[in-house]
Design a protein around this ligand. Sequence first.
Ligand code: PEP
Ligand code: MN
Length: 353
Amino acid sequence: MTAFDIKSKKPLIISGPCSAETEEQTLETCKQLAASGMVDVLRAGIWKPRTKPGNFEGVGIKGLPWMAKAKEITGLPIAIEVATGKHVHEALEFGVDILWVGARSTVNPFSVQEICDAVRGQDVTILIKNPMNPDVDLWIGAVERFRAVGVEKIGLIHRGFSAIGGKYRNNPMWHLAIEMRRRMPGLPLICDPSHICGRRDTLLEVCQKSADLNYDGLIIESHICPDKAWSDASQQVTPTDLETILKSIKWRNEIVDKPEFLQALDQFRVQIDQLDNELFELLSKRMNIAERIGEVKRDNNVTILQSGRWADIVERIVSQADSLKLSREFMSTILEAIHIESINRQNKIMNKK
Ligand code: PEP
Ligand code: MN
């Protein structure tokens, strides 16, 4: 049997409970999801990596026959998380079609390598979640390890990055997933809104955002009785609610072959490219002046940072937010990046031997 092809459908929808808890809960959830006709792959956690011991750590190997049964009854492929070589062997024995590497494993090259060693030379399908911390190289490293042992069917899952506070349980940092796709072209990118959101009421907006960014699919947690779930209760939805969410998402085309559309797009892109050039030419000029200031400060033995001056600049610029129709947050982010580069340049000048 050849391994499941993640590219066989777009969008690919993976769903199932955070954890397999009992045979009945697993089968009932999977049956309802399959009956919706909107789910392509069934998921469940069998071994759960928990932040603290004492939380539910998964039912373990006894959950594998439940998933195998769900596959048999529904005809749908099944996916589980693996974190050790032993998990891999057991999963493959029970006919698991997709193995995913969790965020807590992707951060650890020892774990990733152990999983790689267990699948070496086998035709398997692997989905790699982004690491907990916002480090694209670590994510790429995991892909490279799997490629090095001959795995070809690899996909990425974007589940957000550890965050303290903020709107989401995990900060999506969309730009990092986009950067990952730029650096690893050709790998399907699947969004995990459940672990990004950590709650139900923001799932749809995150799903829609991923659709707008041309993601290749979704992995969403669903449970027949979410409030009673043994793990991640607040982010799971019933199969019926999942269906409503899935029906509300507008999946868009990456490209449409209409001449008017292509012409309009081209015109705007020429303008954007031109403006980007001008922006960076201006920034280059600004940095040159910052260096000249650095020289003046050096010759007069004055510190780089004069308290008050930078605050005045920020205040003056950000106060124009409304009239420029730019958000204050965006303006502050840009200013901060400019300031860091400016300080670095001045620092170099002032400390040149
Ligand atoms: C999960 O998918 O249930 C899970 C544990 O996810 P993550 O590795 O993204 O935290
Ligand atoms: Mn979960």
